[in-house]
Design a protein around this ligand. Structure first.
Ligand code: EPZ
Length: 420
């Protein structure tokens, strides 16, 4: 297992390229199941989760080939030959559940392993299943698998989500695009990744209204066709590197980043004393005059994203004053706290909230990554800490960040990967 070694204290200056969004790429790849024609995706990041999704689609019969002179395009095509998503792949990546809606819509049947929980929570999929049942699917749970079938085509329905769910919105959006009749998704997720999926589905011939709002209206069509779609830049990678610049006191341009996708992140960073400004190349981030404590509560978009909570906590650990961080989306997303504490952070957790009292500086230490965003939080802490930090189990990091050590060393960080 690889580790990443950092010697902290270097302010960051220069330019960091932002890649395509992991959480847009995964549903977009699942959309490749919706047509027997070719779907081409460009600006695709090189991430472990993308390889896992390609492996899953390949065993369904969909060939996924990297193409384009930059190797950042994927071409998906082929006939579906298998409607089962096996546990040994699904357990590696929960987003595998996103093949359920497309398989049902195209083949009238699917047998998909339940993803199970993960480090940050139980991660149920009840909203996915209830929505598909409203569209006429018969769903049973058998030995850890979702066994779903529908006689004929799925039928349009009005589905009201009791809680906002990104994955359930994506699964049902894809199913509805080929259903018979109209589907209305109320209290739908509004993340930029949902908007991106809608744009791609429309390019494939889907008929979707209300894009970008919490109410999506889909008129099902008989078939979808080939399309080429450029994936939006990754707003969480953008926010993570913005925190990196903030914590080291640097000044960096995040190339290709979109400030309009940052939602509450840019407002909170500005409140903490960080300048976040749109420039022709992307987004410029710099520390203005000191780093101040700011409070956040994670919420669905356009609120502060839960995927930025751990990174922001690392930043607040060295801010002047205190910060209250409340995690309202997942039930166990404070596992970075114990590792940050070992580096000298002062954090007290009370249920869903953590009080962070800023300290003048953190101290480097050997720490262990527990999940994707916790690992990036530890990298950020290491960039600011005095001395050396070694983050182990960085396979968590590699699921969602491409070439962290290359991107950060290019702007002055002392960081290297230690391959065991
Ligand atoms: C997506 O997960 C993202 N993953 C997550 O990013 C992100 O944290 C999350 O959305 C919230 O923004 C991908 O896009 C691949 P949800 P998802 O359904 O779809 C509850 C990362 O770090 N819920 O919006 O699984 C659920 O328990 C990952 O990149 C149900 O109760 O999240 C949670 O409390 C981590 N029943 C809340 O809704 C359901 O059927 C939000 O979950 C589904 C969800």
């Amino acid at each position: 297992m690889d580790s990443i070694r950092i010697v902290g204290g270097q302010p960051l200056h220069g330019e960091i390229p932002i890649g395509g969004a992991k959480n847009a790429t995964l549903p977009l790849m699942a959309a490749g199941l919706l047509t027997e024609e070719r779907l081409t995706l460009t600006r695709v990041p090189r991430l472990a989760d993308i390889e896992t999704m390609a492996e899953l689609l390949a065993q369904h019969g969909i060939a996924v080939e990297r193409c384009g002179n930059d190797g950042r395009s994927l071409s998906l095509g082929g006939a579906i030959t298998n409607t089962e998503a096996p546990y040994d792949i699904v357990r590696k990546m929960r987003a595998s559940i996103l093949v359920l809606g497309p398989l049902l819509a195209r083949m009238g049947e699917a047998r998909v392993s339940l993803p199970g929980g993960c480090a940050i929570g139980t991660r149920p999929v009840d909203l996915h299943l209830k929505g598909l049942e409203q569209m006429g699917a018969v769903i049973e749970l058998e030995a850890g698998y979702v066994v779903a079938r529908v006689a004929g085509r799925l039928r349009g329905a009005t589905i009201i989500f009791p809680t906002v769910s990104v994955g359930a919105t994506e699964n049902l959006l894809m199913a509805a695009s080929l259903a018979n009749g109209q589907t209305v998704l109320r209290n739908a997720a509004r993340e930029p990744e949902i908007v991106d999926l809608c744009h791609c589905l429309v390019a494939m011939g889907a008929r979707i209204g209300g894009i970008g709002t919490g109410e999506l209206v889909v008129e099902g069509v008989d078939r979808l066709h080939a399309a080429t779609h450029a994936i939006i830049p990754d707003r969480i990678e953008t926010g993570t590197y913005a925190c990196a610049v903030a914590i080291t006191g640097g000044d960096v341009v995040l190339r290709d980043a979109r400030v309009d996708h940052l939602g509450a992140v840019s407002r909170v960073l500005e409140e903490a004393g960080i300048g976040v400004t749109e420039v022709p190349e992307g987004v410029r981030v710099r520390r203005l005059n000191g780093l101040h404590g700011a409070d956040v509560m994670t919420e669905p978009y356009p609120g502060f994203p839960t995927d930025m909570q751990a990174q922001f906590m690392a930043l607040m650990a060295v801010a002047e004053g205190a910060s209250m961080i409340t995690e309202s989306i997942f039930e166990n997303r404070f596992m970075h706290v114990s590792e940050l504490t070992r580096m000298g952070a002062r954090v007290n957790v009370h249920g869903a909230s953590a009080i962070v009292r800023g300290v003048p500086s953190l101290t480097g230490a050997p720490v262990m990554a527990t999940d994707l965003r916790a690992s990036s939080s530890l990298i950020l802490a290491g960039l600011a800490a005095k001395g050396e930090t070694v983050v182990s189990r960085v396979y968590h990091l590699d699921r969602g960040y491409e070439d962290v050590e290359g991107k950060l060393s290019a702007v002055g960080a002392k960081i290297e990967r230690i391959s065991e």
